[in-house]
Structure formats: C-alpha cells, structure tokens
Design a binder for this molecule. Structure first.
Ligand SMILES: C[S@@+](CC[C@H](N)C(=O)[O-])C[C@H]1O[C@@H](n2cnc3c(N)ncnc32)[C@H](O)[C@@H]1O
Length: 421
C-alpha cells in the first residue's frame, strides 16, 4: 500500500500536478522517513527508477530548494547519497519542522555517523574468515536501525536479574554495586542502551562492524549516556582483552560465528566467577520457516543485494500455498532491508535445540537460571506446575516440541558458573 502510494506521488509530480501534492506534503515527508528507516525495502519499477534519476538531475541543477521534490526523492533514495543535495540542505532551515526533521534523518545523522567511525578504537585486526564475511554484511547493513528504545528506571543489576528470572531467584550480593557489563555483538547500540537499566554500570559494547558502532555511538551521545564505551573487535580476539566482567550479554551474535562454542568459551574466560551471562541463540524448531526461506533463496539464486532482497520479498508473496513461507509475513524483520538480510540472507547461521544447549551448558559447568520471557514461562508453568523454578531444560524441550513457535524470538536465557567446591 505504501509502495503504491509512493508510485502515485511520483507520477503525480511527473504529470506536473505539484499543487495536488502540496496538500499532502507532511504525509510525503513521513513516507520519506519511513522509506529511509526501512532502507528502501519497497520494490521500484524500471519506470520509477528512470523518473527518480530525472528528478535527481532536476534537483541537482536547480539552484533553489524545492522541498516537495526533495521529499519525494527522499522516498526513493537517501538524500545524503548526493553530495550536491547534502551541500544544499546541510544548513537549510525550513518553516516546516517535519522537513527539518527529514534533513536531520537523511543528511545530518548519516554524516555524524561517518565522522564517528574514526573515533572508535579497534582492538585488533579481524583474522577469522567467517568473522570477515559477517563483518562485511553488517558494515553494509547495520542491524537494527532503531529510533527509540524502552527506558527502564535503573536499579541494582540483581534486582533486574531477579525480575527477569522469576520464579527462580538469586541471593543478594554486594558485587553488583558498580557492575562491569560487556555487550558482545552490540550491533547499533539498542542493546547497550537497554543495559542502562543496570544502576551504576560501566558498559562496554563490542562489535565487528564499525558502521554499526558509529550508529550506536551517535545514539548514545544523543541520549547523554556517559558510561558506555565502544570497541571494534571480534569476540574471538577478546581473549587478549585483560579485563573481567560481572555481567556479559551476547544476544544474536554467537550463532553467526564459525564455531559458537569457541566464542562462548572466550566470553566465559572474561566472566567473573560470581558473574552472570545472558545468551540469545536461534532455535532449530522455531526457525523452520526461515530454513525454508533460505532454501528458496538458494534455489532461486537470490543474492544478498538490495535489489534481490526486494525481488525475493515480491516472489514469496506469490507462494500462497506454502504455509511455512507465508509465516514470514508475520515477522517484523521482513519489513526492512537490514532486518530481512539478517533474518534470511545471513552469511552464517547456526541453530540449536534445547538438548544441545543443555549438553553444552553441562560440559562448560554452567547453571541454567531462566528464560527471560515472562509470558512463555506463564504458559510453561501451566503444563509443568511441579517445575517450580521453570529450569528443567528437558521439560522445556517437551514444551517447545508441543509449541514450536515458542522461541521464534531466539532462546534468550541467563546462566552462571557452577561454583567449584
Ligand atoms: C543480529 S545483530 C544483534 C545486535 C544486538 N545484540 C541486538 O540484539 O540488537 C548481531 C551483531 O553481532 C555482531 N557479531 C557477529 N559476530 C561477531 C563476532 N565474532 N564478534 C563481534 N561481533 C559479532 C554483528 O556484527 C552484529 O552487529
């Protein structure tokens, strides 16, 4: 629907009916913002592309600024990709605050991120072949492109943890008054921002992608947080970091490594004996529709380019009889380029089952504390009322087999080291 509206707007302009569009100027600006945020995921026809090229030339050659034309162009391409347009708009002030907001989003923020890339420290070179490929993906398409994050009032880490691991519970300890927190694979910083809920925390966000970290740093500066640092590094290299952490969170990164177990061992070496680790790993059972999509992508030879991601999205709309593929429309990540790429076009993906996770935790001497989602625990408790703390992974495995969509948002859970006696 938005793609159709965009088409109509462009061709109303082409037909010289600018006056009709002027009444919808604010909507057009909002559409340009939406298209930028979803990284131009809507398909563009050859006819549209031709007219967009002509519109770009017209805008570039016009000494004056036509706000309506700029906003329509911003529905098709990010305005900062033209140097001429960037120079025209950088110090421009419109009477329309929404248009000024569009300039901030499509010109000023991307420029700020380019500037910030140089301010982020790199820990060491990235050697691992898979890490290099994964890095390339997130340099091209940082994930997630977010605008707003939930803000919780900060409180002691153990208070927050006990809330997340209910009905399980951890004894109070004074080791978490100023916790050192590592967010491994922090992406664009939504995750580090969420760690602000831990009172007096010193937070380190690490990621393979400098472009993602620059996005993270911009968002952090905008929020005025002073306790978050960023480091460009491969988790594999962190074995030489020489620092220890009270809390480590690694959600959505280990399953993109060549060998997640090696990455996990590095993180455990960085975790204090009293520390807590949160992991987020893909579920084999919950991702069967993604497995199907990945097979479809391979079979039809779609590449991980913007054009092919758009073409793929158009093609699966036609696969009406395929129940698994149709499930993909219900996932938020289908609706932006970086997210669709992360979801279905990833260069490296491991999936786990609960028996595999259980075995891995046992071998590493780790104690499972809880999944973090209160709603699934509520459902689980109805079926397994005797598992009072909700911690038997055998029970959880049975639960997942009967409810295969339970962990569609990954297995996200807390563990701690088992104390040596
Ligand atoms: C799906 S994103 C998740 C980002 C973040 N944890 C969140 O939940 O918003 C995965 C991130 O992990 C990073 N990553 C993957 N493998 C990594 C590695 N070996 N070392 C450091 N970061 C890695 C990627 O660059 C990417 O930004």
């Amino acid at each position: 629907m938005l793609a159709k509206l965009r088409y109509e707007i462009l061709f109303t302009l082409v037909d010289s009916n600018q006056n009709i569009l002027e009444g919808h100027f604010n909507f057009i600006i909002s559409l340009a913002e939406q298209c930028f945020l979803n990284e131009y995921v809507f398909a563009q026809s050859k006819k549209e592309i031709n007219h967009v090229n002509q519109l770009t030339n017209k805008i570039v050659n016009n000494k004056k600024i036509n706000e309506l034309e700029m906003a329509i162009l911003g529905c098709y391409i990010p305005l900062h990709t033209s140097k001429n347009i960037t120079n025209k708009l950088l110090d421009y002030k419109s009477k329309n605050i929404l248009f000024n907001d569009l300039i901030t989003m499509q010109i000023k923020e991307p420029l700020k991120e380019t500037e910030l890339v140089n301010s982020i420290k790199s820990f060491s070179k990235i050697f691992d072949a898979v890490s290099k490929k994964v890095r390339e993906q997130y340099e091209e398409h940082p994930y997630p492109r977010w605008r707003y994050a939930y803000k919780n009032l900060p409180s002691n880490f153990l208070f927050q943890l006990n809330h997340e691991i209910k009905p399980n519970k951890i004894e109070y300890s004074n080791k978490f008054v100023n916790p050192n927190v590592l967010i491994a694979g922090c992406g664009t910083g939504r995750h580090t921002t969420m760690a602000e809920r831990y009172l007096n925390a010193n937070i380190l966000g690490v990621d393979l992608s400098l472009v993602s970290l620059a996005y993270a740093k911009r968002k952090t500066e905008e929020s005025g947080f002073k306790n978050i640092e960023f480091l460009h590094a491969d988790i594999l290299q962190l074995k030489n970091l020489n620092r220890k952490f009270d809390v480590i969170e690694c959600v959505g990164a280990l399953h993109h490594m060549k060998d997640p177990l090696t990455g996990l061992k590095v993180l455990l070496d960085l975790l204090e004996p009293h520390g807590f680790l949160k992991l987020g790993l893909y579920s084999e059972i919950s991702r069967q529709h993604i497995v199907k999509a990945r097979e479809f992508i391979k079979e039809k030879k779609f590449k991980n380019t913007i054009e092919d991601i758009r073409n793929f999205r158009e093609s699966i709309v036609k696969e009406k009889d395929d129940q698994l593929l149709q499930k993909i429309f219900n996932i938020n990540d289908f609706y932006s380029i970086s997210m669709a790429r992360d979801l279905m076009f990833h260069v490296q993906e491991h999936r786990f089952t609960l028996p595999e996770i259980s075995k891995m935790l046992k071998n590493l001497n780790l104690k499972f504390l809880s999944f973090d989602d209160p709603l699934i625990k509520k459902e689980f408790s109805k079926i397994f009322p005797n598992d009072k703390k909700n911690i038997s992974l055998d029970n959880w495995n049975q639960f997942e087999i009967s409810n295969p969509d339970t962990f569609s948002n990954m297995y996200q859970f807390w563990v701690r080291k088992i104390k040596k006696i």
